[in-house]
Structures are given as structure tokens and as C-alpha cells.
Design a protein around this ligand. Structure first.
Ligand code: 0O2
Length: 251
């Protein structure tokens, strides 16, 4: 299947998607089978949605506690989303994974996604540490695109965590990708994503360079804002991670 076929299917729901890709949809049994898969898919998405609520509540509680104890909210706001069926399908194909419910659970880490937007860079690591230290949270993966930004200038801290979600008859550990970034990093990533989406094919080199420059300016501004915060709240000294991920640069 080529990319144009995949994108033409963007707005279909998963049941339509499976039906559209059936080798034959004549048999009643086959249609019933796809309906069954569709129902199981919805159930799986419901479980991811439960996982998002669990992690979001944890973050909100931590933020409230921080406000009371430290008079500072590390979290400005939180966004969340369940990956759309067509994006799930597209990612499975792009990565060469089988298109099945088991494969979604096994191979995709970002079906349930939470984006945490913080004021300062230090807040990002504070929030990540507070979440990771909870006894029912298991950190499966950390990608620190702040210590090591992507070559295009993308900065953000990504955690893939597993959280137990309780249902009527069982407790299931579910994966959630938590992206934590400053307001400035989010501003850049949102606009970069839109520009990338608008440009058909790869972004022209001159635009890519301009985007990278903007990212560097934003990163420098984040550091200056952190310094301002530190100069007002002397006790909250912050060590910025260096390129090897070690705490070295005191800002
Ligand atoms: P959307 O629309 O956000 O869902 P993995 O999941 O570990 O197998 P992947 O998918 O490369 O591998 O994970 P990674 O590196 O953690 O990045 C996944 C998500 O981070 C993306 O999701 C984006 O949300 C964000 N991201 C990563 N790189 C960039 C970037 O260069 N620019 C912007 N704007 N966002 C980025 P999706 O699935 O691409 O999209």
C-alpha cells in the first residue's frame, strides 16, 4: 500500500479501515470477524483512555501539592490525545509491524499521549522525577531531546511509562507516552509540525535552517528565563544537563 492510499484513509474509523483492506468482503463471516476486531479495537482504546486519566490525575495532584508547598506550579497546562486509528495504522505500516491489536500494544508506545507544558526547564525534570518515583509507575523508556536535541532543533523530554489500570475484572498495565517541555519548546514544536505538514515532501533546506536557528534562540531564552527564576528563588539552583546527560552546567 502506498502513502497516498494511507492518507486517503485518514478519516476512516478502524472498522472501515479493516473492511476496506479485506481481500474479500463478500462473506458474512468475514464482515462479522472485522466487526469483532473493531469492537476489540474500541475496547483497547478505552483502556488507553483510562491510562491517560490515571497519569493525568497523578500529574494534577503533584502540581496542586507543589503549589501549596512551594508556591510554584511546575505545570502550566496538560494536553492529551489518543492516537487516531489512521495514524496507528500508518505508523504500523511505516515501521513494518503487523497490523493487529497485539502489534499495536507491543510495538507502539504513543497510542496514549500526554503533553505536559511547564514554565521553566527545571520544572520539566522536577515533574519527570516526581512522576517516575511513584511506586505504581514503571519507566520503560526515556528520550531526553533537551540534553540531546534532534538535528532539526526539536527539544522535549519523552518518557514512556507503564501504569496499572483497574477494570471490572482485571488490572492491566498500559503504556503512556509523556512528553514534557517548556511553553517555548511547545511553541516551536507546534509551529514546526504545522509547517512540516503544510510543505509537501521534505522541508526546503533554507526553511529547515531557519527553524533550527529559531530553536537555538528559544533554547537560549529558556536558559535566560531559568536564570531569572533562579535569581529570584535562590534555593532552587538548577543544573542543566550537558550533552552526555550528566548534570554539569549550573545556570
Ligand atoms: P503525533 O501527531 O504527535 O502523534 P517510538 O515511538 O519510540 O517508536 P518515535 O515515534 O520516533 O519512536 O518516538 P519519539 O522520538 O519519542 O517521537 C514521537 C513524538 O514526538 C512525535 O509523535 C511528535 O509528537 C514528537 N516529535 C518527535 N520529533 C519531532 C519533531 O522533530 N518535531 C515535532 N514537532 N515533534 C516531534 P508523532 O507520532 O510523530 O506525531
Amino acid at each position: 500500500m502506498d502513502d497516498s492510499t494511507v492518507s486517503a484513509q485518514k478519516d476512516m474509523d478502524i472498522e472501515e479501515l479493516f473492511l476496506a483492506n479485506a481481500s474479500s468482503t463478500n462473506g458474512v463471516d468475514e464482515i462479522e470477524e472485522f466487526r469483532r476486531v473493531g469492537r476489540q479495537f474500541n475496547e483497547l482504546m478505552m483502556r488507553y483512555s483510562g491510562a491517560i486519566r490515571e497519569v493525568k490525575t497523578k500529574l494534577e495532584v503533584l502540581n496542586d501539592e507543589f503549589q501549596i508547598k512551594r508556591s510554584h506550579n511546575p505545570i502550566s497546562y496538560i494536553k492529551s490525545r489518543i492516537k487516531k486509528p489512521a495514524s496507528i495504522y500508518e505508523k504500523l505500516l511505516r515501521r513494518g509491524y503487523p497490523v493487529s491489536l497485539e502489534s499495536i500494544e507491543k510495538n507502539l508506545h504513543d497510542v496514549a499521549g500526554i503533553r505536559v507544558i511547564c514554565g521553566y526547564v527545571q520544572d520539566i525534570y522536577t515533574v519527570a522525577d516526581m512522576l517516575a518515583s511513584q511506586s505504581d509507575i514503571k519507566v520503560l523508556e526515556v528520550k531526553d531531546y533537551i540534553a540531546r536535541p534532534k538535528s532539526n532543533g526539536y527539544r522535549s523530554l519523552h518518557l514512556v511509562v507503564s501504569v496499572p489500570v483497574f477494570f471490572s475484572d482485571q488490572c492491566i498495565p498500559m503504556k503512556v507516552e509523556v512528553q514534557i517541555r517548556t511553553i517555548a519548546m511547545d511553541f516551536w514544536a507546534t509551529l514546526e509540525h504545522q509547517l512540516k505538514y503544510k510543505s509537501e515532501g521534505p522541508v526546503p533546506e533554507v526553511i529547515a535552517k531557519e527553524l533550527k536557528d529559531c530553536s537555538d534562540v528559544i533554547a537560549e531564552t529558556d536558559i535566560r528565563m531559568q536564570r531569572l527564576y533562579n535569581s529570584l528563588y535562590q534555593d532552587d539552583k538548577f543544573l542543566l544537563f550537558d550533552a552526555d546527560g550528566k548534570n554539569q552546567k549550573n545556570i
